[in-house]
Design a protein around this ligand. Structure first.
Ligand code: HEC
Length: 174
């Protein structure tokens, strides 16, 4: 009798383990699909490596990582407190063009969601990125599709605006 009970329990456990593994597999599959979707919008362009002639002092990667993290936390904190104070989702005003075309992926204040964070970048950096996306030098279907219908004046306008996000944030936080 006792042997039957033990056998029954063992069978139940085995069944439960199988169901559990199946569920894990499904989850892993879903994650893989999402990962693939994200990867698809990204197309790395090989940039020729040039060896710098002057050896710059190299910061330890952990330091850089920690610094970046700290800066990010600070931006996030400022945005959050400003939004709470203003009772609005926007910490500072942005142009209708940015709001309409860019904010869905880069956040209402450039803090980044699906697309990378833009706040803190200089106008030149942003402009270069936009020009490169548009020309196809930097390949990304999403950004290319968006920018292909814009003229350079608009790219410049957007770059100047986004390049001033950090200042706007600082000003709003005063
Ligand atoms: C549908 C989502 C989406 C929209 C909308 C979008 N972007 Fe992007 N953007 C991305 C993604 C994804 C990347 C990363 C591409 C890469 O690095 O290959 C990116 C990259 C960028 C970069 C380069 C950032 C970096 O760190 O190098 C800039 C600048 C940029 N976008 C500006 C804009 C502007 C300006 C608009 C509005 C006209 C806009 N984006 C609209 C998804 C979007």
């Amino acid at each position: 009798m006792i042997r039957h009970i033990i056998a029954a329990i063992a069978t139940l456990l085995a069944l439960w383990a199988m169901a559990f593994m199946y569920d894990l597999d499904q989850k892993a599959e879903r994650y893989k699909k999402i990962q693939e979707l994200i990867e698809k919008t990204k197309m790395e362009v090989k940039v020729e490596q040039t060896t710098p002639s002057v050896q710059e002092p190299i910061q330890a990667p952990e330091d850089l990582e920690a610094e970046r993290k700290k800066e990010e936390d600070e931006v996030a904190k400022k945005l959050k407190s400003l939004r709470e104070r203003a009772g609005s989702a926007m910490a500072f005003k942005v142009s209708p063009l940015y709001k309409q075309k860019c904010s869905s992926c880069h956040g209402v204040n450039g803090e980044g969601t699906v697309g990378p964070k833009l706040i803190g970048k200089s106008p030149e950096e942003v402009h270069q990125a936009l020009v490169d996306f548009k020309s196809g030098k930097r390949q990304n279907y999403v950004m290319y599709g968006l920018l292909s219908k814009m003229d350079d004046a608009q790219l410049k306008e957007l770059a100047d605006e986004i390049g001033s996000f950090q200042q706007k944030l600082e000003a709003a936080a005063q």
